[in-house]
Design a protein around this ligand. Structure first.
Ligand SMILES: *Cc1c(COP(=O)(O)O)cnc(C)c1O
Length: 390
């Protein structure tokens, strides 16, 4: 391919160099095995950063979601409400426990859970005397939900909120760090997230006792006895000391990583924002997103949409032909085959029901947004995007 300068990935890991120092320290002290001082320090630093009392480092964000599910005692037949516009890992642990999953639409202002749709779900289930055991909210693409509205609705009804902040580390709601709003909140350090440990997650809460319970469950639930004794059974979900070292090295740079991703988003807006039909994910005044992924919708004027077969897929295909990775917006959970027949509460505009998440999926895509992306690489993406739409 002429002028080929290497593949541009959607959101590759971005190492600072500090990680290897921490890994060497782990090796030098032979703290290779699970747990150790790096894990303790990573938990302390993350709890302090998010402004919560306790944190538990785990092997993945999915493991953290599972433990939140266990701590709240969600079981077979229990009802949970969940944002529909998300990655399947948000709901998977609840599904596996046999919970009834009802999905809640997004609002157009933030692309996150619509409080209007949430309220309708509560009212609807109240008629048959049912209340959810938990409401699972998601901070999509690094942007917070409208927390006050959602927490008010759930607080009045005494239903705990689980905050899936896997994509939003470093983002704020009304000045306060995300990951601090749920009864339990979850972070992910998967390879594509804003910082990474190559794979890992964190469970956060102000309920230090619950976090201690999760710590026990995450390390095979061994009773304090001289032999292996179990009053209950647990899981092997802890993060290793070596990987926590990577996390500590990454944590020092979180503010720079957020600034870099926001800068990338701003340049996309400057250079592509004037194209007819292109709109970027909005940021309400209460939100300071980390812009983990730059997300946008393409809604070409009717006369042009016939030439542009199924945007955004045609754009994604064109970018791929130039070795640029991009991706559609998450396919909503209520549209997934596995959840066929589940209840779904769409957003309402002027009393009319409107499926916002389905429209975002139809029109939406994400552009390469890695914090290590160079100006030249971003120029390549911008040129390719313009070409696809011309
Ligand atoms: C990445 C992600 C997860 C899962 O985290 P893992 O660490 O990959 O298990 C959960 N929810 C959302 C919204 C995510 O983006």
């Amino acid at each position: 391919m002429s002028g080929h300068k290497g593949r541009i990935y959607l959101s590759p890991p971005h190492m600072s160099g500090d990680e290897t120092k921490k890994i060497e320290e782990a090796f030098a002290t032979n703290w290779i095995a699970p747990l150790g001082p790096m894990v303790d320090a990573f938990e302390r630093e993350t709890a302090a950063f998010a402004g919560v009392k306790a944190a538990l480092a785990l092997s993945s964000g999915t493991a953290a979601l599972h433990l939140a599910c266990e701590l709240l005692g969600v079981g077979g037949g229990d009802l949970v409400f969940c944002s529909t516009l998300t990655f399947a890992a948000t709901i998977a642990p609840f599904y596996h426990k046999g919970a009834e999953c009802a999905f809640i639409d997004s609002e157009p202002e933030s692309w996150n859970m619509s409080h209007k749709a949430l309220k309708r779900a509560f009212d609807d289930y109240a008629e048959i005397g049912k209340k959810p055991k938990a409401v699972i909210i998601v901070n999509l693409y690094g942007q917070s939900c409208d927390m006050d509205k959602i927490l008010d609705i759930c607080g009045e009804r005494e239903v705990p909120v689980i905050e899936d902040a896997a994509e939003s580390l470093g983002a704020r709601y009304k000045g306060k760090q995300t990951g601090s709003f749920g009864k339990f909140s979850v972070l992910s350090y998967n390879g594509n997230k804003i910082i990474t440990t190559s794979g890992g997650g964190m469970l956060l809460s102000d309920d230090a006792e619950a976090i201690e319970r999760a710590r026990f469950l995450s390390a095979q639930a061994r009773d304090p006895a001289p032999w292996y004794q179990h009053s209950t059974l647990g899981w092997n979900y802890r993060m290793s000391n070596v990987l926590a070292g990577i996390g500590l090295g990454q944590m020092c740079h979180i503010a720079e990583r957020v600034a870099a991703r926001r800068g990338i988003f701003d340049r996309y807006v400057r250079e592509l924002g004037d194209i007819e039909g292109v709109s970027f994910m909005p940021e309400p005044e209460w939100s300071e997103s980390n812009r983990w992924l730059t997300a946008l919708t393409i809604n070409p004027p009717a006369k042009r949409s016939s030439d542009l077969k199924a945007p955004p897929l045609s754009v994604i295909k064109h970018l791929e032909s130039l070795d640029i990775e991009s991706r559609p917006v998450w396919k909503p959970m209520h549209m997934q085959p596995v959840f066929e027949g589940s209840r779904y509460y769409s957003h309402c505009v002027d009393g009319r029901s409107e499926d916002i998440a389905a429209a975002l999926f139809r029109d939406g895509m994400c552009l390469p947004s890695g914090s290590g992306m160079t100006d030249e690489q971003q120029t390549r993406v911008i040129d390719a995007f313009k070409e696809a739409l011309s």
